[in-house]
Design a protein around this ligand. Sequence first.
Ligand SMILES: O=C(O)CCC(=O)C(=O)O
Length: 262
Amino acid sequence: MHTSKQFETQGYTILSKFFEQAEINQITSIVDRIYSQWREENHYALIEQQLINMHSLTHPKYFQDKGHERVEFFNLIASKKLASRLTQLFKTDIYFHNTQLFFNPHSKEKQPYWHRDLQYSPIDDAVQATEHHNMLSLHVRIPLVAEKGVELIPHSHTRWDTELEKNVRFELNGHKNHEALPGSVLIELEPGDVLIFNAQMIHRGNYALNPTRKALDLCVGKPHPLVVRFLDPTGLPTDKESKHIHNCSWYNVARELAITQN
Ligand SMILES: O=C(O)CCC(=O)C(=O)O
């Protein structure tokens, strides 16, 4: 199916073999350094809270005395090739919101849980449901190792929950958020592939099928007031850095939004 048609009908699409291995290697070498710093700083939380991701990989605290590497990272993750593809797909201005890195939890006991991304924000579920059709928040997943790492409920980007989905997501009426849900698809990706999915569709990770996981997700999208309020300007390029970024379109939209927020 054509990528834009697939996204429109299913809420996700895969750009197979989009990146060269050399590009993945460059991204991996920076991500590995950041991830290792984060693991040192979050050693106890990682185990006690069974964390499955970290966020804000572009934060300056990961680039002390490595200013040039921050610019390199901004360049690598928002390449002209990727930004043009998203513009072609969504025909709207996209802004850069944040980044996340997904990995397996420390303990095999931890189960992946179905959710829509804003579920754990203070925004009421009814408000999210009302605004669902006006939002376009995306995860652009760049797997750094092969994974069968995410499960999606196709079409759930166009509608709100069935009774069962609601019970499972919110663990109501005796349900658990890790129960199997009907109609799900498990996505299999190789390094070089890119998965784009709607952050507000129902989804969960998969840990058990992957001996190891390392998926860099770019959180980008069409600005919406419910989401833009969480934009952290410290994760964006400075004026000086912007001058060295080849394709500043996502960052410029974000920087404008950050200014109007404050
Ligand atoms: O890959 C995962 O472990 C979960 C993905 C997820 O929940 C997300 O991208 O919001």
